[in-house]
Design a protein around this ligand. Structure first.
Ligand code: PMP
Length: 499
C-alpha cells in the first residue's frame, strides 16, 4: 500500500486477513478478512467495480449513461465512488428502513437516493429500480443476478484467501449472503483449489430462507417472482433480502456449500462489540453476525482447526442502529464519576448560565480609525442590502443566525471580520473596534436591519419571539417566509442550548 495508485479504484480489494487473538476458543485459529479496508469501507466496492467495468466492456453501459441500482446501502456507496470516478450519474433506490448514514454517504458522493416504503421490502426497491431503468433507459446493475458480481469475487476475494492461506491449514470458510456474490464467487474457487475446506453459510435465525428448504420462484431473467414465505424483517442489514437471490440459488443448485448456520440478532451485536472492544476490529452488524457463525463452527471443531470468515463492512455505518445503543452521546454514570474524581472542568461545579454568551471580542485595544467608522456607518445605511451581520466566519452563534436567515429565505450582507480578506493590515480588527465604539457591545455577531441595531444572536432570537424582528424586516422592506411556529433557539447547536 506504499506505492502510488493511478485512481482510487486501484485500491479496491487486497484486504488484510487478521488473526483473532483474544476471543477465539482455545486451540482454534480464527481469522477475519477485513473488508472495511476497501476505499468506501465495504466488500461491495468489489462488486461495484466488477459490475461497472463488465458493463463497459460489453457495451451495456455507454459513456455518461445513468447507472441505477436497488441497494441496502453498501452497493450504492461503492457504486457512488465508482460512478464519481468514471463520470456516470447514479440513482439508487433504497427501502427507507436502512440506516440514514447510508443515504447521506451516497448523497455526499453525488448519488441521488430514491427511498421506497419499508413495507414493500427489498423486492419493492428492486421493482422501483427496474421501473425507473425501463422508463428512462438507465443501466440497471442487477447485483442479485449479475454474474459479474460473482466473477469479481472469483477473480479477487477468492485468490486473496487462497494466497493468504497458501501452504497452511484451512478447515472452514464462513460467510453470510446478501446478493450471494461473495458466496458464489469464493465458494466455487475454494471447492476447486481447496476442496478440503468446509463452506458454512450464515443467515438470520428469524429469517431462514435457506433453512426453510423452500425454493424461490423467479422470472426468466432470474429476478424474484415474489417474496419468500420464510422472510421476516431482521437485524443484519445487507444480509438475506426477502427473496433468495439468483446467485445464491446457483450455490444451492451447485451444492457449493456444506453447512447452514442460523445466527441470533443478539449474538451478531455482541460479536461486533467484542471484535471492537477486545480485538480492535471495527465491523458492522453483518460482520458481527458472520463472526458469530465462525465462533459456532469454532466451538464444534477439533483443536488445531483453522477458520476464516469475511467481515463485510465498517461499523461506522451503524451509528443510528441498535449496534450503538451502548455507546451513548451523553456521559454515563461511570464517566460522570471519573469527571468528579478531580476538582476542575466539571459541569456540576460551573455556575449555571442559561444566557447565551456570544463570542467575546478580543480584549486588546485597536484604535478606531475614521476609515473603519465610515465603513461601518455605510454598511449599516446601505439601502440595497438592509440586513447586515458583522460576523466571524466559523463562529457557532453566527452560524445559528445564518441558519435563521437561510430559513427565512433572505439575502444579507455578512461582514466576516476574521476572514482572510479582512485580516490584511488588521482591517477586521479596525472594523470591530469601530463597531464596538458605535454599539457599546463587545461580542460578535452584531445584527442590523434597515439601520436599526438588533443586537447579537440571542437578542435577534428574542426579538423574533417578541415579534420585533418581523417588524424590523417589514419596515426595511424585507419579506420573510417560514416564521410560523419557529423557535430560533433550535438553530443553536445543542451544546450551546441544552434542552
Ligand atoms: N454485509 C453487508 C453489510 C452488505 O452490505 C452485504 C451486501 N449486500 C453483505 C454483507 C453480503 O455480501 P454479498 O452481496 O456479496 O452476498
Amino acid at each position: 500500500m506504499t506505492q502510488k495508485y493511478a485512481s482510487i479504484l486501484d485500491t479496491i480489494g487486497r484486504t488484510p486477513v487478521v488473526r483473532i487473538n483474544h476471543i477465539a476458543p482455545a486451540g482454534i485459529e480464527l481469522y477475519v478478512k477485513v473488508e472495511a479496508f476497501n476505499p468506501m469501507g465495504s466488500v461491495k466496492d468489489r462488486l461495484a467495480l466488477g459490475v461497472i467495468e463488465h458493463a463497459e466492456r460489453t457495451g451495456a453501459l455507454q459513456p455518461g449513461q445513468t447507472v441505477i441500482e436497488a441497494t441496502s446501502g453498501n452497493t450504492g456507496i461503492g457504486l457512488a465512488m465508482v460512478c464519481a470516478t468514471k463520470g456516470y450519474p447514479l440513482v439508487v433506490t433504497m427501502a427507507e428502513n436502512f440506516s440514514v448514514e447510508r443515504r447521506r454517504l451516497m448523497r455526499f458522493l453525488g448519488a441521488k437516493v430514491v427511498l421506497t416504503p419499508a413495507a414493500e421490502m427489498g423486492s419493492g426497491m428492486l421493482a422501483k429500480a427496474i421501473e425507473l431503468a425501463e422508463t428512462h433507459g438507465w443501466f440497471l446493475c442487477h447485483q442479485f443476478e449479475n454474474e459479474a458480481n460473482a466473477d469479481m469475487h472469483s477473480r479477487t476475494t477468492a485468490p486473496e484467501i487462497v494466497e493468504a492461506c497458501a501452504g497452511e491449514r484451512l478447515d472452514c470458510w464462513v460467510t453470510g449472503y446478501g446478493t450471494g456474490g461473495t458466496l458464489k464467487g469464493v465458494s466455487r474457487v475454494l471447492k476447486k483449489e481447496r476442496p478440503e475446506v468446509t463452506i458454512a453459510v450464515c443467515e438470520p435465525d428469524n429469517s431462514p430462507l435457506l433453512g426453510s428448504g423452500q425454493g424461490q420462484r423467479r422470472h426468466a431473467d432470474g429476478t424474484p417472482a415474489e417474496s419468500h414465505t420464510a422472510f421476516r424483517p431482521h437485524l443484519m442489514q445487507g444480509w438475506t433480502p426477502d427473496f433468495i437471490p439468483k446467485l445464491v440459488g446457483d450455490v444451492i443448485d451447485g451444492a457449493l456449500f456444506d453447512q447452514l448456520l442460523p445466527i441470533k440478532g443478539a449474538d451478531a451485536l455482541q460479536c461486533s462489540r467484542d471484535l471492537a472492544t477486545r480485538e480492535g476490529i471495527f465491523t458492522g452488524i453483518s460482520g458481527g453476525a458472520t463472526f458469530a457463525g465462525a465462533l459456532q463452527v469454532a466451538h464444534e471443531s477439533p483443536p488445531g482447526s483453522v477458520i476464516l470468515c469475511v467481515v463485510p463492512d465498517t461499523g461506522e455505518r451503524y451509528l443510528s442502529t441498535p449496534l450503538f445503543e451502548d455507546a451513548p452521546t451523553d456521559m454515563t454514570d461511570e464517566e460522570i464519576t471519573i469527571s468528579q474524581s478531580t476538582p476542575r472542568f466539571r459541569f456540576d461545579e460551573s455556575p449555571a448560565d442559561d444566557d447565551v454568551a456570544e463570542v467575546a471580542a478580543d480584549e486588546e485595544a485597536v484604535a478606531v480609525t475614521p476609515e473603519a467608522e465610515a465603513f461601518v456607518a455605510e454598511s449599516i445605511a446601505d439601502r440595497e442590502r438592509p440586513v447586515v451581520m458583522f460576523a466571524l466566519e466559523w463562529c457557532e452563534f453566527c452560524w445559528s443566525v445564518r441558519k435563521l436567515f437561510a430559513h427565512f429565505g433572505i439575502d444579507y450582507n455578512s461582514i466576516d471580520i476574521d476572514s482572510a480578506a479582512y485580516q490584511e493590515n488588521d482591517w477586521g480588527g479596525q472594523v470591530r473596534a469601530a463597531l464596538i465604539a458605535r454599539t457599546g457591545m463587545p461580542t460578535i455577531p452584531q445584527i442590523f436591519i434597515g439601520g436599526q441595531f438588533i443586537g447579537g444572536a440571542s437578542e435577534t432570537f428574542d426579538a423574533f419571539k417578541a415579534g420585533e424582528l418581523q417588524q424590523a424586516f417589514s419596515k426595511a422592506g424585507v419579506g420573510i417566509s417560514g416564521a410560523e411556529g419557529l423557535d430560533p433557539y433550535d438553530f443553536l447547536p445543542t451544546w450551546l442550548h441544552p434542552r
